[in-house]
Design a protein around this ligand. Sequence first.
Ligand code: C2E
Ligand code: CA
Ligand code: CA
Length: 841
Amino acid sequence: MSTAKSRLRTALTILIAATGAGAVLFSLLRLRQDAAPDGLFPVLTLALCAAGLGTQVRIKIPRLDAYVTLSDALVFLALFRFGGEAAVLVAAATVLCDRLHFTRNLPSLLSSAASAATSTFLASLAVRVAFGGAVELQGPPALLVGALVVVTLAQSAARSLVFTVCEGGAGDGEGLLPAWGRNLFWTSSAYFAAVAASTFLARLAGLVGFYPTLGSTAVIAVAHIGTGLRASRRRGGRAKKTAARGESDVKESKAASDAAAQENEGLFRSAFDHAAIGMALVSAKGQWLQVNRSLCEILGYNEAELLTTTFQKLTHPDDLGTALANIKQLIKGKLPVYQMEKRYLHRQGHAVWVLWSVSPVRERGSRALHLIFQIQDITDRKRAEERLLHDAFHDALTGLPNRSLFVDHLKLAMARMQRNASQMFAVIFLDLDRFKIINDSLGHLIGDQLLVGIARRLEACLRPGDTVARVGGDEFTILLEDIHDASEAVMVAERLQQELSVPFHLGGREVFTTASIGIAPGTVEYTQPEDVLRDADTAMYRAKSAGKARHEVFDKEMHTVAMNLLQMETDLRGAIDRQEFFIQYQPIVALDDFTLRGFEALVRWQHPTRGLISPMDFIPVAEETGQIVMIGQWALTEACRQMSRWQRRFPSDPPLFISVNLSSRQFTQPDLTAQVRRILAETRLDPRCLKLEITESVVMESIDSATMLLRHLRELGVQLAIDDFGTGYSSLSYLHRFPIDTLKVDRSFVMRMVDNNENIEIVRTILMLAQNLGMDVVAEGVETKDQLALLRKLGCENGQGYYFSRPVSVGGAEKIIAETNAAPAATANGNVKPMRPTLVA
Ligand code: C2E
Ligand code: CA
Ligand code: CA
């Protein structure tokens, strides 16, 4: 509301209050002085009747939102019968009584009464001017009708003027004159009815007298009120006050409610404009009709721009269908309110996530159906949710999908193939070959960069529909979809390997890497994604053990092998406690005179159901799982104890030695030296009679730490042998650095020696090397007389093999010792009986 208008309003209100007060005073005085024909008493009775009963009796005028009340009729009766002063007093009294129903606020009561007094006073003035005194009710009908019209218009004009100016009867932005005109229309229709009724009452009073007329009116009023009360009680007593409301009231109550509505509307408008969330009134067709500031901020448009467009144009196309469908339901009345999270399009083109509530409203005047939108910006929350969701399914380092997401995609691919077997897929499992070495030597930063670089190259190799995921430290999986057969996956694997063979430039240096790849072609038999991954992993493992930097396609046989391994792993647990291991001993013989020098201890596993299992089969599994540490300790203890016992039972000079194998995992135990020392002490074996065999490759894996360890073992007094010599990465240049006593020439050279000159040369070289380094030599796998002859000719000192004896039990070994080692008397003679070659025909 403008300030000028509000100032005018305040001034008029004060003026009207003053005029009202003056009118009441003036009327009271005039009435007393004139002492109306019947004295003051009838006027008082009329006032009481109007105030007490009149306000309770009201009749709605059809089609108009207005009421005729009995009190209005009685005010006009006072005017006709006792003059303007009486009418002013009756009007003031009735309004006062009526307002008492709604408020106990004295200023408000007095101001209502004053405004009623003012309007009645103005009307009576008009009547006085028009008729020069009282209205003549007995005159000719035309004159009477004219008089009635004047009275009605005068009272309506005055009342509606007061209402329009002082009681909020004008809308916001509406001019006072048009508002007055509008209010005049409905007040005059109400007043005309009241004037007509009062004319009837005045005539009746002229005929039957004033008091009988008033009495019968009161009786009718009481009866009417009684019926109204009963009806309202029947309606559950709802809105009792409203039902019983009366008199001055056509306008008063309408004025009050309109004022309240006005005030509410003002409040609503302000709340709407300043609401923290976006709000809008939208037509059923989607046109923005009213928008608030927050909404403009959310969407990036100003008000004028929004009002020329529709909500459909600003809704994200993906959300439009759902939104429109639900608006339809709202309009049909099938939904009271609808809420959804949807996207709007910001003026700058990006999507804005909002929580959108929409409810239908009917406009008061036109009854047209509109929609109220409440729009709350939830973009930040949505972003956080999306981030969380992304993080839950992606690897933080490379940004690739993680195992969970990969498994999800795999599940879908499997389901597609179940429905249509020609929609084949394959899973590639890729494991870097030397990642640990790169990570340990170049640092984690370079390691991380390498992984990211690999991720990018893998992505670049694939088609858009394929999924590449990082599922472990240096393990990646790839899902190929819509392929025709496994050969396509093999081609992809080859491409990947080729791509990875190009060196990476990281931290100013070239880094080379290779990968071992396993491929599991999809089949309809697969039901679990984990099974496909497991098979791809198995094939990768096979590629790795077949020499790395290669790929293998999974087949059923691999699965059997893998299953057996798994079973073996389980069975190995507790095998020591169940005493399923035992040791066989294979003699090591001096080739010049066939004297027995010692035995190699070879572990055996007597499986409860599968029978005897070769160490070639179970030792790699035990290595993998770490179970080898326990098994190795057991074997070492057992072998040392046995040799210690034999030395006591069959003393010889030099004493027999026992050779025990150490696997790679055993060799890298930090407390190996302490263990060996303890076992020697426990079994009371002379350290010089224990020979530990370590393969060449184990020593070469980490030359520095191996040298240290070998030295420590040497300090204990034990002997050291290099097993399978000639098969590993021969770094002959390092050999002299190791404190080694014996080289064991690998069986493969001995085997092929007879028909291959080259192999003879290798053996000769090894023998010469050993001689130069002050080591002795044992030829492994001597099976034939020819091999023996050749080895003797080359000057090889010791041999071991089936030609002499297979590995035998404790009993078998004792028999050999007893046979080769003469009785104590013979030993005393120095007669050492040579060992009889067991396989000599
Ligand atoms: P190795 O140390 O090279 O053991 C020699 C293997 O050659 C033994 O096989 C033995 O039976 C076999 N052999 C001996 N003479 C001949 C021959 O004339 N012809 C042929 N064809 N073979 C011959 P075995 O007992 O099956 O042991 C296999 C491997 O298992 C051993 O190879 C060794 O590396 C490992 N191993 C055995 N016992 C133990 C143990 O207690 N601890 C550890 N860590 N490894 C062991
Ligand atoms: Ca060995
Ligand atoms: Ca060997």
